[in-house]
Design a protein around this ligand. Structure first.
Ligand code: SF4
Length: 326
């Protein structure tokens, strides 16, 4: 680890001032400290924002949720309002990381976590995300865990967050605070696919702070849930995952919100699957039929072609779990 200055932000204004001069925000530190130890990240100043009043979880008018950016993963997962209104969020959080990490890590930090691509974390490997223009060791290397959707010839790393998949499915909005005031960004526009600039991972402007994630109201009743497929049942990242929310009324699917994780360079929304569900009666046949298009557009690499079929089966299974088969 390289030397750095440590600043504890007394309030939001002090945090923003430090962010403006190039300080890196830290709260739980469960990603940034690891990366600093490995010298992947080398901030000259770290700004501790853990004491800022951004932990509240509140219900919003109409049945939405506001999740403070500094709410701990464990607290958000256990919150009865989250569990009742959007179980897909609770389930995604509970299937993330380990109990110890969930008690340290914040929601803002979770969505800002960086890829688990092993070449990104190995400073001796070529990596366009860590060192633009150096190449991508994963393209010809071991790429079993890498993305099949949203990739470019510059980078094929997956986004590792589970709860970001739920936020994507639920049309969440990210609330930001910067020197010019507040603004909001749709979650689907917040995390950026690699394209030709894989080092640019999000829509934050320099010094901006995430203050909250808003989940809009959805038509009720809403059934939702998260399924994660991984090599082991604990403390492991997704090979594939599916966040599914369905509004079924009168025996017909009226609204469907579906996103996949573990397969995309960003959490991957599945509009083709959603559209095929609207107006249809739930059945095992329907789930299988619509899940068949879940991996359309996939570009598998040498070691991860299995994800194409696995994604379809993950989506089908989660539709079956959430939607039933009546
Ligand atoms: Fe780096 Fe992306 Fe290639 Fe991994 S996949 S080595 S993060 S450029």
């Amino acid at each position: 680890m390289e030397p750095f200055a440590y600043t504890k932000a007394a309030d939001t204004r002090a945090a923003l001032a430090a962010g403006q001069r190039g300080g890196r925000y830290i709260a739980g530190g469960t990603t940034l400290v690891d990366l600093m130890r490995e010298t992947v990240e080398r901030p000259t100043e770290v700004v501790d924002i853990a004491g800022l009043p951004l932990r509240d979880i509140t219900l919003t008018p109409g049945g939405g949720l506001r999740l403070g950016a500094l709410a701990l993963m464990a607290d958000a997962a256990a919150d009865p309002r989250v569990r009742t209104t959007f179980p897909v969020i609770s389930e995604a959080l509970e299937l993330s990381a380990s109990a110890q990490l969930r008690n340290m890590a914040t929601l803002g930090g979770n969505i800002m976590q960086r890829t688990r691509c092993t070449y990104f974390r190995d400073v001796t490997a070529n990596c366009n995300k860590r060192s633009p223009g150096s190449g991508c060791a994963a393209l010809q290397g071991i790429n079993r865990s890498h993305a099949i959707l949203g990739t470019s010839d510059q980078c094929v790393a997956t986004h590792p967050s589970d709860v970001a998949v739920a936020f994507t499915a639920l049309d969440a909005t990210v609330r930001l605070l910067g020197p010019d005031g507040e603004r909001t960004v749709a979650f689907g526009d917040f995390l950026l696919p690699p394209g030709t600039t894989p080092d640019r991972e999000h829509a934050l402007r320099p010094g901006e702070l995430i203050t909250a994630i808003d989940i809009p109201p959805h038509p009720r009743p809403l059934r939702s849930g998260y399924l994660k497929v991984r090599d082991r049942q604990s403390y492991e990242f997704a090979l594939t995952s599916a966040a599914v929310a369905l509004h079924i009324q009168g025996g017909v699917v009226r609204a469907a919100k579906i996103a996949a994780g573990g397969v995309g360079t960003v959490p991957w929304r599945l509009p083709a699957v959603e559209q095929r569900l609207i107006g249809k009666r739930p059945s095992g046949e329907l789930w299988a039929q619509v899940a068949a298009v879940a991996a359309d557009g996939a570009r598998p690499l040498e070691h991860n072609a299995f994800k194409v079929e696995l994604l379809k089966r993950t989506v089908e299974r989660q539709l079956r779990i959430v939607g039933g088969t009546e």
